[in-house]
Ligand binder design. Structure first.
Ligand code: AMP
Ligand code: MG
Length: 520
């Protein structure tokens, strides 16, 4: 197995020079060296063929002992020094101080085809940032991260990727429901891959400590390696850097709204500086369209990170990043100006995205009203988001009265669709039909375009849970089936029609299928 190692992070940023793996506050450093844990009986469960290729590896490599050992942390690549990254973060609105990679260890950075990838193991044991926890991950959360990050990529949503999913062979103790019933679960390790794992919190922690020198080193490093088109770092490039982060973060969240993804824990330590979806924990997919829905049981009461709040939370988080960069830029005005532009951009891009979901590719003044009426109508009774939008592509502007019949599969309880609700839908379909008359695309072309925007298959929570339950019993075929299904989320795949269906009744309140805890 041959990887083209480029350990620039390791060489260019200040590292914590003290002893390895001692839990503590780490100052004036961006990372600490950490050695992955030896595991009892590592077993490779799945590999992403696309990520193999991206790293310059082959299917043969994936079958080797070296691959298994490297990507479960049981052997360290020659000429590399694995490390855990130092960061802080705002958790649920409160500054939490130093957090850091408590259970993620970066192996190295690899260059292939002119792209650089940081390779990280999640669940490979303690680091200086583990605080009171064990540095490990369990099978259920690892399956969820592995499947979802690759699925998001194929949906066209910016995201970190995953190379492999393995069992460590060790048992891990977890209190899954936080109810005092801890139990042993299978330990697992996901190998995650991204151009960088830097987060908003990486910059925030340095600013919180007034460590301007290290902050400058880190920002300059980030610009040099990840935003090289911005040129030589200066106050001006810092502002352009911030503008880029604002734009990419916004774009990412608009994609989440498009596909019905709820991150669940949008703390500033879980926002990538590259605007990629990162840290798949208690995330979830909308089934019934509901702006108030959050999958995260920890957030059940305040619903800070609910579906309908994600764009606002994005801005809140960007404010925190701006505050950190202020230490470097020293003037608030430029940062404020950029932040002030967010809401308008968000509104414009959201409307454009929703228009495209409806197959509207021209612009009309009343479109915002059409969209908000739709959102309201969708929430009158539990209505499946994915089924609704996918089936809407069959709508004919000449037959608005057939609309309701087209989408009836999306209703979770047909008997709850009252005459009043039917009436509201018919009114909406009528307006929609009138609006479609002004589009220039043929119905056929509109359908084709809509079907590239509205996925047919997403990773519904119960689907992950089925794969997890089977995997827990040693049966991994469903992981493979879902992995392959979700590679082509916009294709019809008639042989996979069974996955184009509402969440089954048994899954409504089952653990892992509706809401999830942070325990992982
Ligand atoms: P998360 O909510 O998963 O984003 O994690 C928040 C913080 O807790 C991060 O600093 C994680 O590295 C840390 N953390 C979560 N689980 C563990 C664990 N099992 N062992 C060590 N640190 C953990
Ligand atoms: Mg995290």
């Amino acid at each position: 197995m041959q990887l083209n190692i480029k350990d620039k992070f390791n060489k260019e940023l200040p590292a914590d020079p003290i002893l390895e793996n001692t839990r503590r506050q780490v100052e004036k450093a961006c990372f600490s060296y950490a050695t992955p844990k030896q595991t009892e009986k590592p077993e490779l469960l799945h590999v992403s063929p696309e990520m193999l290729k991206n790293l310059g590896l082959t299917e043969e490599d994936a079958k080797s002992e070296a691959f298994l050992k490297t990507f479960t942390g049981n052997s360290v690549l020659p000429n590399t020094k694995p490390y855990a990254m130092c960061y802080g973060g705002h958790q649920f609105g409160n500054w939490a101080g130093q957090l850091g990679d408590g259970r993620a260890i970066n192996l190295t950075e690899v260059e292939h085809d002119n792209k650089t990838w940081a390779i990280q193991l999640k669940g490979a044991g303690e680091t200086p940032y583990s605080r009171t926890a064990d540095g490990l991950a369990v099978l259920r959360s690892s399956v969820r991260e592995y499947l979802c990050s690759e699925a998001m990529y194929h949906l066209g949503v910016p995201t970190t990727r995953a190379l492999s999913l393995s069992l460590s062979g060790d048992q891990v103790l977890r209190d899954m429901l936080y109810d005092g019933n801890a139990a042993y679960e299978k330990g697992a390790i996901v190998c995650r891959v991204a151009p960088s794992f830097l987060r908003f919190g990486s910059y925030q922690l340095l600013a919180a400590r007034q460590d301007k020198d290290t902050l400058k080193t880190l920002v300059d490093y980030t610009i040099k390696h990840h935003f090289p088109h911005l040129g030589t770092p200066s106050k001006d490039t810092y502002l352009q850097f911030f503008q880029t982060v604002v734009d990419t973060t916004l774009k990412m969240i608009i994609h989440w709204q498009r596909v019905g993804f709820v991150h669940g824990v949008m703390n500033t330590d879980n926002l990538s500086i590259l605007g990629q979806t990162i840290d798949y924990g208690p995330y979830g997919w909308l089934e019934g369209y509901d702006n108030n829905w959050t999958p995260n049981t920890t957030d059940r009461q305040h619903k800070r990170y609910r579906f309908g709040a994600q764009l606002d939370v994005g801005l809140w988080n960007l404010f925190q990043l701006a505050n950190a960069l202020l230490l470097l830029i020293e003037e608030a005005e430029g940062l404020e100006l950029i932040l002030n532009g967010y809401r308008e951009k968000a509104a414009t891009q959201y409307l454009e995205m929703m228009r495209s979901k409806l197959g509207l590719f021209s612009t009309e003044e009343n479109d915002a009203q059409l969209v908000s009426n739709l959102e309201e109508t969708l929430q009158l009774t539990e209505t499946d988001m994915t089924l609704f939008f996918r089936n809407l592509s069959h709508f004919s502007a000449d037959k608005p009265s057939e609309g309701l019949d087209l989408i009836k599969d999306a209703f979770y309880a047909l008997d709850e669709v009252s005459d009043d609700i039917k009436q509201q839908w018919n009114t909406w379909f009528k307006t929609y039909a009138d609006r479609l008359q002004n589009e220039t695309l043929s119905a056929e072309d509109r359908q084709t375009k809509m079907n590239r925007i509205n996925p047919k298959y997403v990773l519904r929570n119960y689907m992950s849970q089925l794969a997890i339950d089977a995997a827990d019993k040693g049966d991994y075929h469903l992981i493979d089936e879902l992995f392959n299904l979700l590679k082509k989320p916009y294709d019809e795949q008639p042989e996979n029609q069974k996955w184009f269906a509402k969440r089954p009744d048994w899954a409504r309140n089952k653990v892992g299928c509706s809401m999830l805890s942070c325990s992982s």
